[in-house]
Design a binder for this molecule. Structure first.
Ligand code: ADP
Ligand code: GLC
Length: 473
């Protein structure tokens, strides 16, 4: 196992909408640390072209059904991981984010945009690749790269593929006319192929054609083989159980290190927690929360969506305030949720603070300054913030699902609830508040979480084992 192409639609620090970018930024670097020549393939969005200003052209592409494109080769800022940039300005250079326009509406041509990304990921593995460098294995991530295993199947499977599910809720479903428009063979459009309830699903293609499947926690790997979290794919996933592996994500412990975090006003460690108190005071001042060192401060950093259980947080917020607590929320997402969060701030000034938007520095300051981190996701393939929280001594309260269940130990490093409701969350919050009231108990829980190892190296070794098994057939 020498060469690996890691195809993804976002990667930190160039472009990020969620955890996939954290994984794509960190895992390839960790794999390189283990001796794998891992390279990224990433669309040339404006932020990517700007961030890799020195990238030079290595190939020109003219694929049927798509505008002419180029491949540039650059190096990831920070890690130096080689990045092939798919430069197709008609597709990727436009206002908005990677998937949506400035109004939060999906780009109308996403099937073409990510159809090209998938096609190029496959092409770079084929004998006809325009590059000298050809990988031994292709690693695809989420629906945006899901058609690549289908293309490789029709190219005679020159290299094996691993397809990782980061979130089964996003399936890349498009009208069937795209099969023809993307140049896929008509016979691929069947139940044994890329058809999904009479539509084309990029994700289904990946799940059907990839040699091996993985997802980002062992519990989610089990959950998606059944209703409701299989989200329509449970039959296929259960049938492929023998080739489905759950590997927990790691966290970037250089970026997320309370002892040396440039975003924080004060550093701290498990043995010297004083700095965490200063971070809390600074956060309270910053967010116009009442200065109160002993008040339990609850933090939330999240996409503001149904998945993340934000409605439950909104329901328990009055209870938190009644019990003397404070709540700091950072996030962006559904407009209705954003409005409800703003409503809480108006109702509880000095008690509830919210920042609607995306702010990396503030996300670090909330992780450091809060006492308790709320993450009651209805489902959570892995989740990163609960691991950041553990590392920062900010005790997580989480729903027993997916990676949350696999990373938080109830009563030892955090509080885990099974009952899927706002009331279930509230009961866990009450347990957390009782523990918080006893300084010795609380510090023991904080320190137990801070001592956990979520380094990428451990995950990267598991991926390496998976690649080797996939190559061995
Ligand atoms: P998901 O990918 O489902 O959103 P994860 O927990 O895997 O969930 O990853 C979310 C990532 O995005 C984390 O790194 C988190 O800190 C970050 N994040 C989410 N919302 C914001 C925000 N509003 N501002 C800054 N960072 C955010
Ligand atoms: C998705 C999931 C999240 C996971 C991330 C990275 O966005 O929602 O749970 O941590 O992918 O794998």
């Amino acid at each position: 196992m020498k060469r690996l192409l890691f195809a993804t639609s976002e990667a930190r620090p160039l472009i990020k909408t969620g955890g996939l970018a954290d994984v794509s930024g960190a895992l390839p670097a960790a794999l390189r640390g283990l001796g794998v020549d891992c390279r990224l393939l990433l669309p040339g969005y404006p932020a990517v072209l700007e961030g890799l200003a020195g990238a030079g052209e290595v190939a020109r592409l003219d694929l049927p059904g798509h505008p002419a494109a180029r491949l540039l080769l650059g190096a990831m800022p920070g890690s130096g991981v080689p990045v092939y940039v798919l430069d197709a300005p008609d597709y990727y250079v436009r206002p908005g984010g990677p998937y949506q326009d400035t109004h939060g509406i999906d780009h109308a041509d996403n099937a073409a945009r990510f159809g090209l990304l998938s096609r190029v990921a496959a092409l770079l593995c084929e004998v006809g690749s325009p590059l000298d460098w050809r990988p031994d294995i292709l690693h695809c991530n989420d629906w945006q790269t899901g058609l690549a295993p289908a293309w490789l199947h029709y190219a005679g499977r020159p290299v094996p593929t691993v397809m990782t599910i980061h979130n089964l809720a996003f399936q890349g479903v498009f009208p069937p006319a795209w099969v023809n428009r993307l140049g896929l063979p008509p016979d691929s459009f069947g139940i044994d192929g890329l058809e999904y309830y009479d539509s084309l699903s990029f994700l289904k293609a990946g799940l059907y054609y990839a040699d091996h499947l993985s997802t980002v926690s062992p519990t989610y790997a089990e959950e998606i083989q059944r209703e409701p979290l299989g989200m329509g794919m449970q039959g296929l996933l259960a049938a492929r159980a023998a080739t489905l592996t759950g590997i927990l994500n790691g966290i970037d412990d250089t970026d997320w290190n309370p002892a040396a975090d440039p975003h924080l006003p004060c550093a701290y460690t498990a043995t010297d927690l004083a700095g965490k108190g200063h971070c809390k005071a600074a956060l309270q001042a910053d967010l116009n929360l009442a200065a109160a060192p002993d008040t339990p401060l609850f933090g939330v950093v999240s996409r503001l969506t149904h998945q993340k259980g934000l409605d439950w947080i909104i329901q328990v917020a009055p209870g938190i305030v009644d019990r003397g607590g404070q709540l700091a929320i950072l996030g962006t997402g559904d407009k209705a949720v954003e409005a409800a969060v703003r409503g809480l701030v108006a109702r509880y000034p000095g008690r509830v603070a919210a920042t609607i938007g995306y702010d990396e520095g503030l996300s670090h300051r909330i992780e450091a300054g809060a006492d308790i981190f709320l993450m009651p996701s209805r489902f959570e393939p892995c989740g990163l913030n609960q691991m950041y929280s553990l590392r920062y001594g900010t005790v997580p309260v989480v729903h027993a699902t997916g990676g949350l269940r696999d990373t938080v130990d109830d009563g030892v490093t955090g509080f885990v609830f099974d009952v899927t409701s706002a009331h279930g969350l509230w009961l866990a919050i009450e347990r957390a508040l009782a523990a918080y009231a006893d300084r010795t108990t609380w510090q023991r829980i904080m320190r137990a979480g801070m001592a956990r190892d979520f380094s990428w190296e451990r995950s990267a070794r598991e991926y390496l084992g998976l690649y080797e098994r996939t190559l061995a057939g």
